[in-house]
Every structure is written in C-alpha cells, then in structure tokens.
Design a protein around this ligand. Sequence first.
Ligand code: MRU
Length: 356
Amino acid sequence: MHIRTIAWQRDAVKIIDQTKLPQRLEYLYIKDLKSLWQAIKLMRIRGAPALGAAAALGVYLGIRDSKTKDFKQFKKELEKAISFLGTSRPTARNLFWGLERMHRAATINKDKAIPRIKEILFKEAQKIIEEDRVTCRRIGYYGAKLIKDKDTILTICNAGILATIDYGTALGVVYRAKEEKKRIKVYACETRPMLQGSRLTTWELKKNGIDVTLICDNMAATLMRQGKITKVITGADRIAANGDSANKIGTYNLAVLSRYHKVPFFVAAPASTFDLSIKSGKSIPIEQRSEREVTELFFKLPIAEKNIKVFNPAFDVTDNALITAIITDKGIIRPPYFKNIRKIIKNIFRDTLSFG
Ligand code: MRU
C-alpha cells in the first residue's frame, strides 16, 4: 500500500484526515497555520514522527507570506509561528524537534535574503519528511532482528504508516519482518478513548496483508495468560535520558502485564523522540484531553452519565525497568539505559534547543 500520511501538494500541506478512518480515506489540503494547528489538536494528523513533519510544514505556512525584508522582524514572525504550534500538543518530543530544526535552519542562514530563507525552510521541512522514511526503515531493519518466525506481537495505538510518513516505527518492525518472510500475527489493542488501534492500526495492517486481530484493551492480560503473545512492541512519544518512555495511555499497563507474564516488551522510536534534557519520565508533560473523548463515542453518541467527572490523560510513562530494549534507527538500545542511550543518541543531545 503506497500512501503518505503527509506531503506538500497543490501549494498546501496534504494530510490524510485520520478522524475519518476507517470509513473513508479522505485527504485535507491545509493552507494556513491556524488550520494546521487545529488539525494537530483534533488529531486529524497524529503520531509523534508525523507531528514532527506537520510542525515543520506548519512553520513554513506561518512565514511563507511574510512581507518583511528584515531578518529581525522575520525571526519574530517565525518564533511566533513556532510558539503557536508548540501549544498544540505537549507530549510528542518530535513535534518540538521539528520546530527546533526549522528555527535552526533559519538562524544559521540569517545573512541570506528573506525569500532565500523561506526556500531553505521549505527544503528543511521536506528533508524532515524524507529522513523519516529512511529512519523508519532503519527501525524496521533493526527491530526485525528481534522477531522470530511465527511470533505473535501485541501493540497499542497506532505506531505505523499513519503515525509517520509511510512506514511506521513499531509497525515498521512488523512490515520488515513480513518482508523477510517471517510468518507473524499481530493483536491490536483498540486503544480507548480515541480508538487509534481499532480505527487505524487494523486498517493499515489489513491493507498490507498482515494477519491482525483486534482486542479491547482489557483483553490483553487474558491473551498473555493463554500464552498467545510472544512480544509486545509499542511506539513512543518522548523518551527521557534514563529510558522512561511516554506513549499512548495503556502502554504502561501492557508493560506491567508483560513483566508478570515474562513477555519481552519493546519500544520502537527514532532518535528524534529522545529528550535527553530530562532525566526521567517524571518530567514528561502529559497531555490531558477533552472529557468528551471519554463520555461520548467519537463526539456523537453519549456513553456516560451527564456531567460525570472524567480523567483523560492521553499518555502514560513506562518505567525503563519494564522495557526489554528500545529499537531505534541507530540500533537497539539495551539496559543500562542512561549510559547506553547517551552512547547511541549523541547528536540529538548536542542539537537540543529549548522550545519544549
Ligand atoms: O495521541 P496519538 O494518536 O498522537 O498517540 C500516538 C502514540 O501514542 C504513538 O504510539 C506514538 O506517537 C508513536 S508513533 C510512531
């Protein structure tokens, strides 16, 4: 299946509207910064690496019509767009990494004419997109080494094509294993409340010929007790210097269950998901989302008492001690994480700036 989650086309940011899946594969053409911000907020585009690309293209949308010829003024406009995009969703490190790359691309070229800087920024966003395609395939390459013929993999949320540009992180490992002719099965947690597992993961796995079975989130323990799961692989939104990893709410449950049932638990993520400026998962900002995601089925059908109190964190943090290994585009990282992450994820550390 050759689809791209995000691209530049017809002078606009073209995205798959993921809120319409699996009923319809519908594309949106976004031409202004505010609409892009909304698309991120409403999860029309989502998944950490895809958010990095969206943020970068969003910065370009934010400055492309700037009239100024003065770099100081241009920088002000650029930073306004960057700060605005930074308020869309707080947890995915990749989003801020994308913003930082755009900021850096502008400032190191500050002596050039503004139209030239705009071109450079456009190219930088394109580079982020192209790099992601390679990065995910590298994750797939390293990750598939851990997969045996006839493995049955449990995953949560969507860390696939739809969360990246066109291949995926956790699901990239699955795709690569299939390309290597390994016979594998996947169980997908539906992933309440926004159902990325049932709506998105099953959709793309089925389209790519992967044997996938959908389960409700509360069925994972039973599957493990029955010995049906040989590996758990999830994505990540932000990984701290000690390996603590934030991912979709419910990931931590799976990690605890995996430990009890002695099932290896893997996290797959690119270097751009690491936040080496924070020591542990305690400092990862966790997005709290609307109560309506829990009390209504997709903002349509009420499924709870009116005015009920709701707790709706979008992510949780899995302690490094529960993670068997982290699969990255630079290789597989095993414990002790604090030491080994620093060895492998060097340049991201050096490049880290301070937008979030
Ligand atoms: O709220 P979402 O759908 O953006 O959450 C996405 C996830 O939790 C993914 O697992 C994570 O971003 C990794 S995507 C390769």
